[in-house]
Design a protein around this ligand. Structure first.
Ligand code: EPZ
Length: 421
């Protein structure tokens, strides 16, 4: 397994292009299951998770050709709508094939994603919605078997008990080919949900209200293939924003909309970081120790859970004490012990971490545990004195395209150390 070695101390300066959004591209690739023919998806990030989804779609019988950031998919009828354990275990977002498969074929069998490092992450809301639309659900041998006795899903009114991003995406994708109208209430409002609706409507669907908590879908009989360029990744952008701030640098993020980062920008500004729109990008810099700033994660448009670990890395060097509360996942503080090994002073009590700022962090050998925790350790390594070696970099590769190249381009001393298999 590869590792990444960072020599701390460099100020990040210059510009970096933000890649396409992983969490938009994943559900969008699954739309190819809804319509036969030639789909073209552009500005797709070159990530491990994208390759995993491509493998899943190939397993289902689609032709998938990944050429850098363009993914060409030839949709065709799926003989066996089954998503097996060996694929789903690699990436829980594979569950996003469920809605399209049931919509198109009236049946599907998908391995239950199981828990992951950051939490139990059940899919009860996904299944509740499909049941409301006329599907029978059976869970056995670690698989969820879905079948629609009437052959075609029926539109329904579905209220989510809690806000779920992929739950909203799965049911929106299921509803586009259902008979009649579906109304999703308490739906997720994330930009990636809105982007998926944009793609579905380009394919001939009728989805209104995406981006709000009420989404209305009028089912249609069929859809056609699509050509689409994916929106930029707001979490990758926020990660580089945090790295620029932590290193007291001055960085321009290319090709990313400020609009999706309002809550994130507000917290960075409160911490004393300069964050401004600049053309089609964002300019971010900091020339002081950050001010301690409390954060509580919540569904969009609030401060995103996927930025919690990265912001915490910045707060390790703040001029005082602050608190970060994680309300979405039950175990998303695994970066804390590793940050403390680097000299941070963080105490966790249930869902709240209390960070007492310190003057310096020390480089250390640290272990990545999940995607965003890994990013937080990279940020800490960039400002630590000495060398930081981050192991199990495959976690990072799931969500950050060529991170060592992008950071080196900003002046960081970062290199990838090829590991054993
Ligand atoms: C999406 O995961 C993202 N992944 C996650 O990003 C992100 O952290 C999360 O949304 C929250 O914003 C993708 O979009 C591929 P949820 P998702 O369903 O949809 C509970 C990253 O770093 N829940 O919104 O799986 C669940 O346990 C990843 O890129 C149920 O209880 O998250 C969690 O506590 C990590 N029942 C909360 O809701 C359900 O049926 C939010 O989960 C569904 C969810």
């Amino acid at each position: 397994m590869d590792s990444i070695r960072i020599e701390g101390g460099a100020r990040l300066e210059g510009s970096v292009r933000i890649s396409g959004a992983k969490n938009a591209a994943l559900p969008i690739l699954c739309t190819a299951l809804l319509a036969d023919g030639e789909h073209s998806f552009r500005n797709v990030p070159e990530l491990r998770d994208i390759r995993t989804m491509a493998q899943m779609l190939r397993h289902l019988g689609l032709d998938v050709d990944v050429q850098e950031s363009t993914v060409a998919v030839r949709g065709r009828p799926v003989a066996e709508p089954v998503a097996p354990y060996e694929h789903v275990k690699k990436m829980r977002a594979s569950v996003l094939v469920l809605g399209p498969l049931v919509a198109r074929y009236g049946r599907a069998s998908v391995s239950l994603p199981g828990g992951c490092a950051i939490g139990a992450r059940p899919i009860d809301q996904h299944l509740k919605g499909l049941q409301a639309m006329g599907a029978d659900i059976e869970i056995k041998h670690g698989y969820v078997d879905v079948s629609v006795p009437k052959g075609r899903l029926l539109g329904a009114e579905i209220h989510f008990d809690l806000t779920t991003v992929t739950g909203t995406e799965n049911l929106m994708s299921a509803a586009v080919l259902a008979k009649g109208r579906t109304i999703l209430t308490n739906a997720a409002r994330e930009p990636e949900v809105e982007e998926l609706a944009r793609v579905l409507n380009k394919m001939g669907a009728n989805v209104r209200g995406a981006g709000t908590d009420v989404i209305v879908i009028e089912g249609v009989d069929s859809l056609h293939p699509v050509d689409h360029a994916v929106i930029p990744d707001r979490i990758e952008a926020g990660t580089y924003l945090a790295a620029a701030a932590a290193t007291r640098g001055d960085v321009r993020l290319e090709g990313v909309s400020f609009d999706y980062l309002e809550a994130v920008a507000a917290k960075f500004r409160a911490a004393g970081v300069h964050v401004e729109r600049e053309g089609d990008g964002i300019r971010a810099g900091c020339d002081r120790s950050p001010r301690p700033t409390d954060v509580t994660t919540a569904p969009y448009p609030a401060f995103p859970t996927d930025m919690q670990a990265q912001f915490m890395a910045l707060m390790c060097l703040a001029e005082g004490q602050c608190r970060i509360t994680e309300t979405i996942f039950e175990n998303r503080f695994m970066h804390v012990p590793e940050l403390n090994r680097m000299g941070a002073n963080i105490q966790v009590n249930g869902r709240t971490a209390t960070i007492q700022g310190v003057r310096k962090l020390q480089g250390a050998q640290v272990m990545a545990t999940d995607l965003r925790a890994s990013a937080s350790l990279v940020i800490a390594g960039l400002v630590a004195s000495g060398t930081t070696e981050l192991r199990r970099v495959y976690h990072l590769d799931r969500g950050y395209e060529r991170i060592e190249k992008k950071l080196s381009g900003l002046g960081a001393t970062v290199e990838r150390i090829p590991g054993d298999a």
